[in-house]
Design a protein around this ligand. Structure first.
Ligand code: SAH
Length: 342
């Protein structure tokens, strides 16, 4: 099955056929492609959720600005650096700073944080995931030392995008951000939720075609999980089966991309991450945020943040990876996808 040669209709048919029962040949075929390009190494990144303030109001997200029922926090530069230091002591070499779109972190403040991390540890890779900003802002952050940027496109279908976001947010701007990031020489991560409200096999096929065109270095995919205090609080969650099908199809579409088995996948199924590896995933991002803050970064209900999901339990994570038949790799884990140099 040559996924890269398929039309939108053909992809939608494959998705439709595999959405409840992923074909074992599709799953093992994707795992074989991952083995061929990356081997059986699972890369580990330390995730620091440094602010849950957000000016946006995405309908699915628990940290949306209209949610008055969470307690908001932001970490100082010193607190972020101490998370990095703890991660380094555990052996990690790559850190993901993720947060809501919090205007407190101006370019000056964020550049200073990135610069300090790189000063402390010049060899490590710094990934930012702080939403939509201007070209100038991305440029300054890149110059301050940021290596990678995660910005899920959420859906490649404009009409669908407008059902998931308030009218102040723009699909075109989100795509503009991704292309700007790529042209600035970042390793770029796009991605989407599986099973988000109003999604269809056609919109998912569109996601695959968009990824083929963008050719991101990473693709973050996880099931949509409802969060009680959002407008989508009563919507059904995405399923394990469709998420595995989409992971496998992304792996076949982009053999050289990095593909995380996300926390959301581990949240909907006790063995979700291991099943993700077996469908072609090869990254995990355990949580390095201060433990007393983790519950407040509540993008969705019941989000995992203990056990193998917590960076301090790195040996538990190693056990999980090894029992599943893989090895844990704590290096930088650069993507095989080539980067544009600005
Ligand atoms: N503000 C940053 C980070 C957002 S949170 C940004 O805009 O990129 C990271 C990701 O969590 C989002 O991109 C979204 O895909 C996912 N997410 C948010 N709410 C979710 C939910 N209810 N279920 C599953 N994933 C969710």
């Amino acid at each position: 099955m040559d996924v890269r040669a398929m039309t939108k209709n053909e992809l939608a048919e494959v998705i439709e056929r595999n959405k409840e029962h992923p074909d074992p040949a599709l799953i093992s075929g994707a795992a074989a492609v991952r083995d061929k390009y990356y081997g059986r190494r699972i890369f580990v990144r330390g995730l620091i959720e440094f602010t849950n303030y957000c000016k946006n109001n995405c309908l699915y997200c628990g940290i949306r600005c209209a949610n008055r029922r969470i307690s908001r926090y932001r970490l100082t530069r010193a607190e972020i650096l101490s998370c990095v230091q703890r991660g380094m002591e555990l052996g990690l070499n790559t850190f993901v700073l993720q947060g809501g779109e919090d205007i407190y972190y101006s370019d000056d403040v964020l550049c200073d944080i990135v610069f300090s991390i790189k000063e402390y540890s010049p060899e490590c890779a710094v990934t930012l995931s702080v939403g939509e900003r201007s070209y100038e802002s991305y440029k300054r952050l890149r110059e301050a030392g940021a290596d990678r940027y995660l910005l899920r496109h959420e859906t490649a279908d404009k009409v669908h995008y407008e059902k998931l976001h308030p009218s102040e947010m723009s699909f075109d701007n989100r795509l503009r951000c991704l292309y700007d990031l790529r042209s600035l020489g970042y390793q770029v991560g796009a991605g989407f939720m599986v099973g988000s409200p109003y999604q269809s096999s056609e919109t998912l096929a569109e996601d695959l075609l968009f990824l083929k065109e963008l050719e991101p270095h990473m693709v973050g995919i996880g099931p949509f999980i409802s969060q009680t205090d959002t407008p989508f609080g009563d919507m059904p969650n995405g399923t394990l089966e469709l998420t595995l099908t989409m992971l496998a199809l992304v792996r076949l579409m982009l053999p050289e991309t990095l593909l995380p088995a996300t926390t959301a996948l581990g949240t909907i199924d006790r063995k979700g991450r291991e099943k993700g590896f077996d469908a072609g995933a090869n990254v995990v991002m355990p949580n390095l945020s201060p433990s007393e803050r983790r519950a407040d970064y509540a993008l969705y209900d019941n989000k995992l943040c203990t056990g193998a999901e917590a960076a301090e339990s790195i040996e538990m994570l190693r056990g999980l990876i090894e029992r599943a038949g893989y090895t844990m790799d704590m290096g930088r884990g650069d993507s095989l996808v080539k980067t544009f140099d600005s």
